[in-house]
Design a protein around this ligand. Structure first.
Ligand SMILES: C=CC1=C(C)c2cc3[nH]c(cc4nc(cc5[nH]c(cc1n2)c(C)c5CCC(=O)O)C(CCC(=O)O)=C4C)c(C)c3C=C
Ligand SMILES: [Fe+2]
Ligand SMILES: [Fe+2]
Length: 387
């Protein structure tokens, strides 16, 4: 019998405060995160934005203890998943491949190769697919496979997204129910799903299925929960000057407060581990906004982390993937026809008026920001909220 492996894909996060700047540089160097018309502009702009954003970002990480818990949580998930699969009679080696920080995806693939893994399940720790998350990791893996033909001996399969998985929905519903029952009037609480946002252009121009998957996921969780509560969906963590998916979480909280809502349960929906955007953005920033707007009973559902029902769901996903027809990286990196900017090197220039505007805007932004901010120490990136 061959050796089986599971490659868990995740984003990664700075483990200490000095990691923040190089982490941000890695993140903004990714064309799936900032899509620029000219590849040569990517690294200078990544350097500029990471240098200028790092102070504010460091303050946020300091507010949660000086670093992201993402590596520790992901490692604990890996151990729990491995134990679960062993109990099911399916021993596997688990590998963690982070996109922007240690342990990097490249290191994980090198270990998979060294361990002579025969069958591999590639499982992103993002329930819903986005070009900017799972898509970015899949593209990196596709590149690694293209660069090293010896990897072709590995019989791999990819799990593209898994927001409909019943065990995952059960685990989410269970966590929400437990938190609802902490309120004195559980049925009157508004359930507020807060998903990580993406720029509108990802969905409307690049065909990112993320918004659709988030909406379906929210509905499925509400069906599984089977409670009478009203619910809303909003998008958090906007970065930069372009329009992101709406409503924005901060606006939606204020609107609900204006409508007289006083009991709010926030459910982070696009990520399965505690991270800066649950611990700092929701627990500190959004709580403050809510309280100032008059919402006095504000709670948040914890991230799934190593919740046993969730780990069981991941194990089921692995077993199902091993017993199903193989899904190749080339299948999950293909976006629908007429997608114009993905990947960067295959952009079709000026095909539509909006492409021209978008490309020109970003190029101008990068160059002008670079010049003005380098000379003056102040500039448009501050004004548009990048810094
Ligand atoms: C499904 C989840 C996520 C999506 C979609 C996503 C898109 C996205 N993110 C940025 C910019 C930043 N993301 C940052 C950190 C970060 N983002 C996610 C998840 C999603 N991002 C996670 C889990 C983390 C790491 C958190 C941690 O604990 O360290 C950051 C750095 C933090 C900060 O300075 O705010 C940035 C910047 C963009 C531009 C984007 C879509 C295009
Ligand atoms: Fe992000
Ligand atoms: Fe973010």
């Amino acid at each position: 019998m061959g050796r089986t492996g599971v490659l868990l894909l995740n984003l990664g996060g700075p483990e200490q405060i000095d990691d923040v700047r190089p982490f941000l540089f890695n993140l903004f160097s990714d064309p799936e995160i900032i899509r620029l018309p000219f590849p040569w502009l990517q690294k200078p702009l990544a350097w500029l934005i990471s240098s200028l954003r790092s102070k504010k970002s460091q303050e946020n990480y300091l507010a949660i203890g000086g670093g992201s818990p993402l590596r520790q949580v992901t490692e604990a998930q890996a151990v729990a998943l491995q134990d679960n699969l062993k109990e099911k009679g399916q021993p596997v080696g688990i590998y963690i491949g982070m996109r922007y920080w240690h342990p990097f995806t490249e290191e994980a693939v090198a270990r998979i190769k060294r361990d002579r893994i025969d069958d591999l399940v590639i499982l992103p720790l993002y329930p819903q697919f986005s070009i900017s998350t799972s898509g970015s990791s899949f593209r990196l893996l596709e590149k690694l496979w293209q660069e090293d033909p010896s990897l072709n001996r590995i019989n791999y399969t990819v799990v593209r997204s898994w927001y409909e998985q019943p065990g995952y929905l059960q685990a989410m519903a269970q966590l929400i129910a437990e938190e609802l029952d902490q309120f004195s009037n559980p049925d009157e609480v508004t359930i507020f799903f807060s998903a990580h946002g993406v720029p509108v252009s990802y969905v409307e121009e690049a065909g990112d299925p993320y918004q659709k998957e988030i909406e379906e996921c929210t509905d499925l969780i509400m069906q599984t929960l089977n409670r009478p509560n009203p619910h809303v969906l909003a998008y958090q963590s906007r970065v930069g000057p372009v329009e992101w998916l709406k409503p924005y979480t901060e606006d939606a909280i204020q609107e609900l407060a204006a409508e007289g809502v006083n009991n709010l349960l926030v459910v982070p929906i696009s990520f399965v581990s505690e991270h800066i955007e649950t611990l700092q953005e929701i627990d500190i920033e959004y709580r403050e906004i809510a309280e100032e707007a008059g919402i006095h009973n504000f709670r948040r559902v914890p991230a799934l982390n190593t919740h046993p029902v969730f780990i069981e769901a991941l194990a089921d996903l692995v077993v199902d993937a091993l017993n199903s027809p193989k899904v190749l990286l080339s299948e999950v990196t293909q976006m629908k026809k007429k997608v114009k900017m993905y990947p960067q090197e295959r952009w079709e220039w000026g095909l539509t008026p909006s492409a021209e505007v978008w490309n020109g805007r970003l190029a101008m932004l990068g160059l002008i920001a670079l010049l003005i901010e380098l000379i003056s120490g102040h500039g448009p990136l501050h004004l548009v909220g990048l810094l």
